[in-house]
Design a protein around this ligand. Structure first.
Ligand SMILES: [Zn+2]
Length: 132
């Protein structure tokens, strides 16, 4: 979009590109795997009868998720305001990556090292730190 704007030509949003790629070409965008909590997974895999039993608990869970996101958004706004000396940081521990990695079967049997990537992202400065 920035390059199109610089050149004075009309651009399209990511969603338009995604739609064209997915419907007019045999190309898809990488879908990141999202971590699912046990309650969401349990609810998704339940029968209709089990869902009606879990309904209140699940709806409360979704409300808490929304409240959590709203609180994060509020914290980010607070930390990006220059009058406050605070930082909002998000962190994530990626899945263990066995090394060496490859499609050849003996790589699996020779895997002796597990690498872990711990990532911290400073939301205000948009700076990421990876610790392996
Ligand atoms: Zn959940």
């Amino acid at each position: 979009m920035e390059k199109c704007t610089e050149k004075g030509i009309p651009g399209v949003k990511y969603s338009a590109n995604e739609k064209i790629f997915n419907t007019e070409f045999n190309i898809t965008f990488f879908q990141r795997k999202k971590d699912q909590c046990s309650l969401c997974t349990r609810f998704a895999n339940s029968t209709d009868a089990e869902k009606s039993t879990l309904k209140d608990k699940y709806e409360n869970h979704l409300q808490e998720k929304d409240l959590s996101r709203a609180a994060k958004k509020q914290d980010v706004a607070y930390s990006t305001d220059d009058t406050h000396n605070s930082t909002v940081a998000c962190y994530d521990l990626q899945a263990v990556m066995p090394l060496p990695s490859g499609e050849v079967s003996h790589c699996f049997y020779k895997s002796k090292l597990n690498m872990i990537n711990f990532t911290i992202f400073d939301v205000g400065s948009k700076t990421g730190f990876c610790y392996t």
